[in-house]
Design a protein around this ligand. Structure first.
Ligand SMILES: [Zn+2]
Length: 331
């Protein structure tokens, strides 16, 4: 059974949630805030199970719940009647009807078989203002047994009145070492590890997703080929590479991140940095070649240009032209 002990990192949040469970002083509303992949859902279910577990604290160990009482078994099978996960009608937003029918009108009904009733609202930042106002009424006067957990990717999108009535727990970015250790334990070859860790920026879920993604591997392969071969490219080659880089909107930023990390490594090597501390340790030959080919000034200008490209792409300029200019400059 997944419990607190299965969650990597987030020690502070877990400590405060455990404290709420074992002191029997849970708040009526929580906001778990952090980007997708940070483990908000896992944490919410672990907390819900721990709150509803029937075993005395001494028998629960590190997971927060015993794993074998009636409540834990129901929770494990996803059929606990007192753990309610909101499922909105539409995918893109949570409307007032969703909140009314699944939360507001439901809270008055006493827990089915526990001392508490837990509501989990994923993607709470997608609530419409009307939905938030409907929820607010419940948050203002909740029945004693309710605990509402809002999972949010950006708490600033929530009404201040909601924020003021909930305990907000921001998910913390994990250290690169923690993510790297986890990936190694999962059996990911070290070769791709460094790039995945750098791209994940402290988000374990994202790291796992990237490490399993064939698309990401292909993307890395393509951009690697461009960056190492750019000096021999013809104009036609550059056009083709730019078109390819611009093709998938959601991958453009990843490509720029790769280039940025790559040229930082080149700069680091050129400045006499230790090879063991490179991000792309396995590419040291190519990096050394680049360090020999480019001047300090040129590398700095390329790095600057990559940053400019990133802000240009955010303002929706022609992506193909942006990549073309960048690749020309690298050539
Ligand atoms: Zn239990």
């Amino acid at each position: 059974m997944m419990g607190f002990r299965d969650i990597i990192g987030q020690e502070q949040i877990i400590a405060s949630l455990k404290n709420a469970v074992f002191s029997a002083k849970a708040a009526h509303a929580y906001i778990f805030d952090g980007e997708k992949g940070m483990g908000k859902r896992t944490l919410a279910y672990a907390f819900a199970r721990a709150l509803l577990c029937e075993a005395p604290p001494g028998e629960r160990m590190d997971s927060g719940a015993c794993g074998c009482c009636h409540s834990c078994i129901m929770a494990e099978s996803g059929s606990h009647p007192d753990i309610i996960t909101l499922v909105p009608e539409k995918e893109s937003s949570i409307g007032v009807d969703d909140i009314r029918s699944q939360v507001v009108n439901d809270v008055a009904i006493k827990p089915y078989c526990s001392e508490r009733k837990i509501y989990i609202i994923p993607d709470a930042n997608l609530m419409t203002e009307a939905a938030e106002n409907a929820l607010l009424k419940t948050l203002e006067e909740p029945p004693a047994y309710t605990v509402i957990i809002l999972l949010s990717e950006n708490k600033d999108r929530l009404l201040p009145t909601i924020l003021s009535r909930a305990v907000c727990l921001p998910m913390r970015a994990l250290s690169n070492e923690a993510i790297s250790d986890y990936l190694v334990k999962k059996g990911l070859p070290e070769k791709d590890n460094a790039a995945v860790v750098s791209f994940a920026r402290g988000n374990l879920g994202k790291a796992v997703m990237l490490s399993e993604s064939e698309e990401f591997k292909e993307l890395l392969g393509n951009i690697r080929r461009t960056v190492t071969g750019v000096r021999d490219m013809t104009d036609t080659d550059i056009n083709a590479a730019a078109a390819e880089a611009a093709e998938k909107k959601e991958e453009r930023d990843n490509i720029l991140s790769f280039l940025l990390l790559w040229f930082r490594d080149v700069l680091f090597l050129k400045a006499g940095g230790d090879e063991d501390r490179l991000i792309f340790r396995d590419e040291v030959r190519e990096l050394n070649k680049a360090a020999g080919n480019y001047s300090f000034e040129k590398i700095n200008r390329i790095i600057q240009e990559i940053k400019t490209a990133r802000s240009r792409l955010k303002s929706n300029v022609n992506a193909e032209n942006t990549f073309e200019m960048l690749f020309m400059m690298m050539r």
